[in-house]
Design a protein around this ligand. Structure first.
Ligand code: C5P
Length: 312
């Protein structure tokens, strides 16, 4: 009798574990596959919080096939920088992918994949951090805007696999680096084409570089709908639109299995400057909801979805 009781108990417990595993697998497996060292998992409250925000089918990077955007997204996106350009989006996209790789990037998520990524922001808290080797040990190292490495290697590392920029923040790239354009208007897409062809666009809402050094076969473009998704699902429509830094963290959550974040936030004495110059970064002014973004980044860290390194 005892043996039958135990067997039945075994069957019930095993069935329970299998059903739970099945229910949680789609969400957890993206971020905590077996091979990842951060196989820490979230409690059910954390899992609910995450699944209310994270959309695994959001288009992250643009290609010809997925380029269509609905009316609302299109007008929201074009209003971000008050674009009055009359160019036709579909035609520009056609030309774009006549020049740059028209690929389905990073749809390779699987339980066996453990891609570690470092997102490196430009905060002054990187100075004296000595994070360089740790940053460089990741599979992908995503840097933002001008954030330099030369002269700062010990603190920020020396490898850049991806650099997320927009025309007004563009810099030269190393040969191994993917230029990832974050477009806020049709003119930004036209600028990218111009950079690798005619080099005639040198003005958006301010002067921009008409030419930069980068490998055109490594160019990637963030999908306009991804920016709206980050704004609505993650920022709950706070502020006017998300910052490059915040978009980059969510970008990493979508293409990586383990995300470490460096160079975000103030220094230990509450200064908000860059590690490479004295220009002050404001988390309060401007179009981005800096305070809310910061609370979300802290929450992602507390829920063990990302690892945040606070620096010095
Ligand atoms: O200043 P910049 O926009 O180039 O910085 C890139 C990103 O780094 C910002 O969008 C922000 O998220 C982050 N940053 C920060 N604290 C700073 C400077 C930059 O969090 N002091």
């Amino acid at each position: 009798m005892k043996i039958i009781d135990r067997t039945i108990r075994h069957i019930i417990v095993s069935a329970f574990i299998i059903v739970c595993g099945f229910m949680l697998y789609p969400t957890l497996s993206r971020h905590f596959p077996d091979l990842c060292t951060c196989n820490c998992g979230m409690d059910s409250e954390g899992n609910l919080w995450f699944s209310q925000r994270y959309n695994s089918s959001a288009h992250v990077l643009l290609n010809r096939k997925n380029s269509a955007v609905d009316f609302d997204t299109f007008w929201w996106w074009r209003s971000l920088q008050n674009e009055s350009n009359v160019a036709d989006y579909t035609e520009v996209v056609e030309v774009l992918f006549a020049h740059f790789p028209d690929k389905l990037h990073y749809w390779d998520s699987s339980p066996d994949r453990c891609r570690s990524c470092a997102v490196v922001g430009n905060s002054g808290n990187m100075i004296r951090s000595r994070y360089g080797a740790l940053i460089d040990s990741n599979d992908f190292i995503i840097r933002l805007n001008e954030g330099p490495t030369v002269g700062y290697e010990q603190d920020v590392g020396s490898i850049t696999t991806h650099r997320i920029i927009y025309p007004e923040s563009a810099v030269d790239m190393e040969d191994q680096t993917h230029l990832v354009l974050l477009p806020f208007k049709i003119l930004d897409l036209q600028w990218l084409i111009s950079v690798f062809t005619t080099k005639h666009i040198d003005q958006t809402y301010r002067h921009v570089r008409p030419s930069i050094k980068a490998d055109k076969n490594k160019v990637m473009i963030v999908h306009p709908a991804f920016i709206k998704y980050v704004y609505e699902r993650w920022l709950q429509s706070e502020g006017r639109y998300p910052s490059t830094g915040f978009i980059s963290i969510i970008f990493a959550l979508h293409i990586c299995d383990e995300v470490s974040v460096f160079g975000f936030g103030p220094t230990h004495d509450d200064a908000w400057h860059h590690y490479f110059d004295d220009s002050m970064f404001s988390s309060k002014d401007g179009p981005h909801p800096g305070v809310f973004e910061r609370s979300l980044i802290t929450e992602l860290h507390q829920k063990q979805i990302i690892m945040m390194y606070k620096g010095w």
